[in-house]
Ligand binder design. Sequence first.
Ligand SMILES: *Cc1c(COP(=O)(O)O)cnc(C)c1O
Length: 486
Amino acid sequence: MTTITNEQLTIFELSSPGRVGFRFPESDVPAAALDPALERAELPLPELSELDVVRHFTHLSQLNHAIDLGFYPLGSCTMKYNPKICEQTARYPGFAQLHPEQPIETIQGALLLIYDLQETLQQISGFTASSLTPAAGAQGEFCGVKMIAAYHADRNDMRRKVMLIPDSAHGTNPATSVMCGFTVKPVLTDARGNIDLETLAALCNDELAGIMITNPNTLGLFDENIEKVLEMVHQAGGLVYGDGANMNALLGVVKPAELGFDVMHFNLHKTFATPHGGGGPGSGPVLCNETLAPFLPGPVAAILEPATEELPPLYGWHTPEKTIGRVGSFAGHFGMLVRAYTYILLQGSDGLRQVAEHACLNANYLMHALKDAYPLPYDRTCMHEFVVDVKWKDAPEVRALDVAKRLIDYKFHPPTNYFPLIVHEALMIEPTETESKQTLDAFIEAMLAIAKEAREDPEVLHTAPHNAPFGRFDEVKAAKDLKLTA
Ligand SMILES: *Cc1c(COP(=O)(O)O)cnc(C)c1O
């Protein structure tokens, strides 16, 4: 029985008594008696041949959508193609088999890579210091906001307890601020999708610790007043955190430090192609200006002894003087650092600028082709992504979720939906720069066909997906009656 069908058989159901997938070699040492306490009458493991197992797991892997299988326009997540050479370099034994506690003399290559990546990310962002240890964007935020807290505490300015967060922000922003002990106050978005200056002005006082800004924001819009916003916050004594998840739009064009941001994180697993989705691993380096540098999480890579005429420099670890401490594994997710480093070298500085330009071009191309069929809540030139609001007067029963599920039947991964929260029937579409015009045109065709179906046969949308391994889930039941085991 090795024919795999689309039925959802578990590896236990495929089990056949007596079947084995491996053979131990003939023992070449004398047999020793096993402690009877360790013996079990029954060991309920599935019994399968190697071929059964390979087919089972390969089949399971094919039930999932993946960037290597098709278009994946998940807004805010930047699901761009991850060049396979990045996987190769991360697997080099000289990188993959290192231990972070090895003497530094034995890991000079890895330290050089970390040091050089710090320098490169600093060049891209305009900042002068960085730490690559945070394990994800959210942890980068945690570090940056902790550093803001440490900065105010260091100056004995203990009144500053308020962190401002625009209402379009990713949920990790308020969560991070609360974890760092701040009171979160929302800032509204104005009619053009910018931070509302009037709300902001009312909140700029001596309780202000800082603001967390995503620019371009999660509507895919570059804040037209960004310099004014930063000036207002700084004048009130607050610091500005930059959520760098959307750096794909800015590479080689805008440096956040030059705009006046004080600290930011990169999502290496979004901007620099290292893979994400399916839960990681991620990498969220935090970068900052001179004022905040002493508070960075350690360790950071540093040159301990400069190069001489005979010898290259000696790289090692450095812990910043007033560090907020360590936040995770020693050197961060090193494999992700190797992938990002490879990707950056592959692109070069001209290539990185092209990434941003093509990402914005692709998003605007899609937005213009779709905007007559899908209403835009903020109708202006977008950056690397845009948001539509699925609200049709002549198809009021159809929701963003229906469109998203129907796209699966057309073999596209649905865009992010119901985010940002300020757009009620949001579909947030980010094509990325790695997609061809043909792919974008095929997506446009599918979206327009779905808009037509919404009028002619809405039921087909409400009950979608129809061609996927699983049909529509009952989302309420899934949340309220969680079953994680068979
Ligand atoms: C993805 C994302 C984050 C969080 O990053 P993780 O790496 O998933 O923790 C924060 N803000 C924005 C805008 C994001 O898109």
